[in-house]
Design a protein around this ligand. Sequence first.
Ligand SMILES: [Zn+2]
Length: 437
Amino acid sequence: MPRDAGRTGLYVCGPTVYGAPHVGHGRFALVYDVLRRYLEFCGLRVDHVSNVTDIDDKIIDRAASEGRSWRDVAAEAEAEWWAAMDQMGLARPTATPHATEYIAEMVEFVGELRARGSAYETGDGVYFDTSSVADYGFLKHQSIESLRAGARVEVDDQKRSPVDFALWKRSKPGEPSWEAPFGAGRPGWHTECVVMSLALLGENFDLHGGGEDLIFPHHENERAQAEARGKRFAHRWMHNGLVRVDGEKMSKSLGNFRTMADLLERSDPRAYRLLVLGSHYRQAVEVNERTLEDATTALGRIDSLARRFADAPPDAEAGDAGEERRQFREAMDNDLDTPRALGGLFSAMRRANAFWDAGDLRAGGTLARTVLDLFAALGVEAAGGRQEVDERVLDLVRRRDEARAARDFAAADRLRAEIEQSGWVVEDTSGGTRVYR
Ligand SMILES: [Zn+2]
């Protein structure tokens, strides 16, 4: 149940803008785009907040190594991000707060944690005291002791515990910094997300999402600092699985790093969406030549269904293919089971095509329209609906139908070849010759 009737507050951890978005970013963005579309399809209004981390060590490091300003690096990488997301057909989040726009609120938030005794100062910043929350490790289902044992300890660490984390980092000379009562510096990443999600969605908002690699420490650390104030943070959490490229967990060091720009250059953006939807969001997605090709083939079938039935007459009596809709919603309501939802749609598609082959354009058309409508609800808009056929081809079609009516099959075959040479696909239906591209 949403906190506010009729609407859902969704916060998704967005990009740290320091480089080109890769296929893993594309996946998480698609998962939450589909979730949002589905909630809207069900009639909910979605407040979809996704942040842009525009100040971070990685941005500062890249700026330093390239001799540029950090703002320049962040602005360029953010532009690349939205270009890829737009190309993928993602609905932009309803709000995209930038970390640097909320520094005053972050300073206030860190001050509140200090006042409550949940934070302490060291030589290089302000740290969160993880022992101040009773259930630290909740999201990871691990005790604080085992997390502590697994944490990496830096040599010059001044933290009291290896799992404590920076709320505020004092700036070194030459680094970007903002004034604060506890020393000029910049916020820690975990603090950014807490402050921006609470500012835009309020306490105890409905759903917090992100990739499963963010469960620990990022999300745990967001939750810990928010709840250290004695308030509920996100009501539910949702984590998507990662992407494996050619069988390996994707990472820069493996050399199989693929940018979204690479992928979008090679394939239809809708094919990647279908590929992602073919796995449950919690599972890993395998991206390679074969899975991309399979998705492209599946996409071709959707488009050709749309072309086939573009002119099919609506059938008032056959209704709205309610059973297909019911099954679709049942699958999606079951923890967003997109593989099952797709399975149902492809099976309905086969039935629509069987109606076509049997010459039943009305029943086929009703089913096809429903299927295409439900694909669109997932963000897969079929291309190639009604197509303008030029007069010359229409004339060939008329002559072919006359030849067939006169049982002059040699002439009909000649005319078919002539139409096909013009780049059209020819199909025989009970209503005569149909052409589409
Ligand atoms: Zn976050």
